[in-house]
Design a protein. Structure first.
Lengths: 373, 373
């Protein structure tokens, strides 16, 4: 195996493929990256942690067919530290020789036969076409709401649902729910669950390939239990989460007793300040007192108390309701609108955060029961 | 006590004074910042960890004389999160009320009587005037060489020595030594040792006050065992390290058997790459083989080996010598010159790094004994 390639190309590709390398594994080969020079003179780099596999194929020079596995961290450190010049990589008696300018590295390689195969031979049943920027934005707007508790099964994932030419992405963790919606040109209905962690890596890969083509698309091929995202010359292989997702539409409140329109940033800033005292106690508890055209936000701890006022435009009943400030902050931070609408029913019903018009996003946050002291 | 002040001024001042607040203390009052409104309508903020005290005095409005201690972290978090508007701070029954725009905080205050007094009444025996930028640069060029082992006494400090109108700053830790020299207009000779940690904070404070006056000066007043730096409206009180500093001039080699001139960045880059394999073993060992007009840098570990070549201009004997790469890297990183000179005597004598001409800086690094395999 042999190839030459610019340091920049190699470093950039390694950054992407390395996202599938896990440090927390007892299987040594999974700490490696497979370098495979193909018949056609391209190089395929790949890495896998068994749940997630990333593969990138690109043109190289002076190619000689062959494959070998290198330690991802060491190889990456070396490539990043080399000067911006041509790098030649070659195998020699099971070792890997890396030459560039006045540097020569000779590092231990591993045989490729134990390396997990990424190229699934299964038939792909369907294909979804996303616009890069829209997919990245929908991931940002939902993934934070997925459960981070590995034992929680489907709700560690994001539901990707296509029906009636609308793409719905939904994440929830039992305390809050995020929904992002976009029109999509897709005749077929879909309903799959993609791990939120994988989706976050996809968003990063999209960002890192943005210079190449800002307006590009991402293809998703779905088979029975697996899927492949194709972003430029990068393929991301993943296992879908199996099981029935929560019937999220049943959770959405159908009407409201109190409706409030307010400036998103003023509200976010006030909640962030109020939670400076809330975070010391349990639950990051803040209290919202909605009355007339004002929301008074209060919280207290042994260290003191705080009162914030946010001017709003209100319709319906007055209301006093408590929240874990973290859940409100998380949702408000990903909303780009200047003005938003909050819908409430009672102090023990969830709050719904929506745009002034339409339903491009909906954030649902469960309240915290407040006592009188 | 009462005062009003812009959020920006208050936040900036808190950043500086907070550097003297320690989180690792069992004395609760040391986690606080003293707010004292003076007779003349200025506010003095101060903090101290007993070794280091910082005090900043500036104009405020609506002042009412008085003093109270606030928890540094909570008060700082609140001030930083408030909008860019006028903040009013006031004490009320032992609490501190903070008002700004639509926010009102009421936090617990502490009485000021247990707070350590910073204003030393001792007579200051002498004064040194530094140029801000030069002092900051000399700290950067020496402090990394001081010992970080708290039990090592004087060598956790930087020697500040003035003799023959030259300011010498010297730091060493038993493995390497850094010397920075500058001409200074000071008739009196001085010889004091300032903790490197304190000097690092001084450098940060200089950076943070740079917008005010780039070409400003820093005054240092020295009394018996204490000193005060005055940087604009900030005073830094510190305890000098007591004891005899190492006679550093006796350690400097008087001549050399091998003299090498090379490009600093090429040399640094090669050592950094070589240490990718060195760091796995003990001592970060790299081997320099100086021969003809080349330095071959090699290192190896179980993971592989590396060879780097750096073109140099050499006078004197060939030499093979080993180093802990960290000590070379630390010194090379703070040198601004493009070309530098390395002086050697033997494989068991220290290496001296100097400018091509003059002695504005000298870095001395002890070698590591290398075996033949």
């Amino acid at each position: 195996m042999k190839f030459s390639c610019s340091q920049q190309t190699l470093a950039k590709s390694l950054n992407i493929v390395s996202k599938a390398v896990t440090s927390r594994t007892t299987i040594p080969i999974l700490k490696g990256i497979l370098l495979r020079v193909n018949e056609d003179g391209t190089l395929t780099m790949s890495a896998s942690d068994l749940d997630l596999g990333i593969e990138k194929t690109f043109e190289v020079d002076n190619s000689e067919k062959g494959e070998i596995v290198v330690q991802a961290k060491l190889f990456g450190d070396i490539i990043r530290k080399l000067p911006n010049d041509i790098i030649t990589v070659e195998d020699e008696e099971g070792n890997v020789i890396i030459r560039c300018s006045n540097s020569e590295f000779n590092i231990v390689g591993w045989p490729s036969d134990e390396f997990p195969k990424l190229n699934s031979k299964e038939e792909h049943e369907s294909k979804i076409l996303f616009e890069k920027e829209i997919l990245k934005d929908m991931i940002r707007k939902t993934s934070f709401s997925a459960s981070i508790d590995e034992s929680r099964g489907v709700i560690t994932g994001i539901l990707v649902e296509i029906k009636e030419k609308t793409l719905n992405m939904v994440a929830l963790d039992g305390f809050r729910m995020a929904i992002s919606r976009q029109a999509i040109r897709n005749d077929r209905e879909e309903n799959i669950i993609i791990p939120a962690k994988t989706f976050n890596e996809i968003a990063k890969i999209i960002s890192e390939t943005e210079n190449d083509d800002e307006k590009g698309t991402v293809d998703l091929y779905i088979s029975d239990k697996r899927a492949v995202f194709i972003i430029e010359d990068t393929k991301v292989f993943l296992r879908l989460l199996e099981g029935e997702f929560v019937r999220y539409e049943d959770i959405l409140p159908k009407d409201s007793q109190t409706s409030v329109v307010l400036n998103k940033n003023d509200f976010l800033d006030s909640i962030e300040r109020a939670s400076l005292l809330a975070k010391i106690g349990k639950n990051n508890l803040i209290k919202l007192n909605i009355s007339n055209n004002n929301i008074e936000i209060t919280s207290k701890s042994e260290e003191g108390k705080v009162k914030e006022d946010v001017i709003v435009s209100k319709e319906g009943n007055d209301l006093v309701i408590g929240f874990n400030s973290k859940y409100l902050i998380d949702a408000l931070k990903v909303i780009d609108d200047e003005e938003i609408k909050l819908l409430f029913n009672s102090s023990i019903s969830p709050c719904l955060i929506k745009p002034l018009t339409g339903d491009e996003y909906e954030y649902l946050v469960l309240p915290v029961r407040i006592t009188n002291n």
